[in-house]
Design a protein around this ligand. Sequence first.
Ligand SMILES: CC(C)(COP(=O)(O)OP(=O)(O)OC[C@H]1O[C@@H](n2cnc3c(N)ncnc32)[C@H](O)[C@@H]1OP(=O)(O)O)[C@@H](O)C(=O)NCCC(=O)NCCS
Length: 186
Amino acid sequence: MVPRPALLPGAPSLPRVIEPHIRRAEPRDGDAMYRLELASIHSAWREYYDGTQIQAWCQALHPTYRRDAQSVRELLVAEQEGRVVAFGQLHPRRARIEALYAAPGHMRRGLGQSLLRCLERTAWNLGMEALDVTASLCAVPFYRAAGYVEQGPWDFEFGEVRVPALLMKKHRPSPHPLPFRRSPWT
Ligand SMILES: CC(C)(COP(=O)(O)OP(=O)(O)OC[C@H]1O[C@@H](n2cnc3c(N)ncnc32)[C@H](O)[C@@H]1OP(=O)(O)O)[C@@H](O)C(=O)NCCC(=O)NCCS
């Protein structure tokens, strides 16, 4: 029997990966990211999209796309025992999270959240006021839990094939006000 992804609504969380090893992607990670992306989609999307939609999306992915993206995007990978098990991509000029994928068997362990936090930190440090993402239907609960709010439907079209997604947005959190302290001299 094919194991059910830990992504389904109501699926329990799995033990967290404590302090995952996150680093900037390098050109040598391009193949691993491409394979991970395909595997992640085939595993997680099948409850939300049909075979034609998944096939259309995967065919549009180019094996060298993630490798080439590194020059203008912030691309981070999470590694476990020397293997890339998740990655995330921020486009700084568009203020957009462009990709976030965890490998099958590594979902719901906090890797997506850790990568997203790192990408958001970069975005807020660069002075962005908000970030958006076109979330696949299976990733909506994840982004909602991270504070992103639905803005409306956003469909991708591959010829006749439509792949529905949702545009979501998160505003830069305001810094916590300093706690009021009474002066010890008054
Ligand atoms: C979306 C994705 C990147 C999330 O990464 P992840 O490592 O599985 O998610 P995390 O473990 O960090 O989840 C953090 C929190 O998000 C929420 N969450 C994540 N998945 C959820 C789900 N299916 N249902 C409800 N809440 C969910 C939970 O609050 C979770 O915390 P918890 O496990 O303590 O309850 C990953 O599931 C994935 O690769 N999906 C397939 C590819 C994809 O569609 N990517 C998005 C493209 S826009």
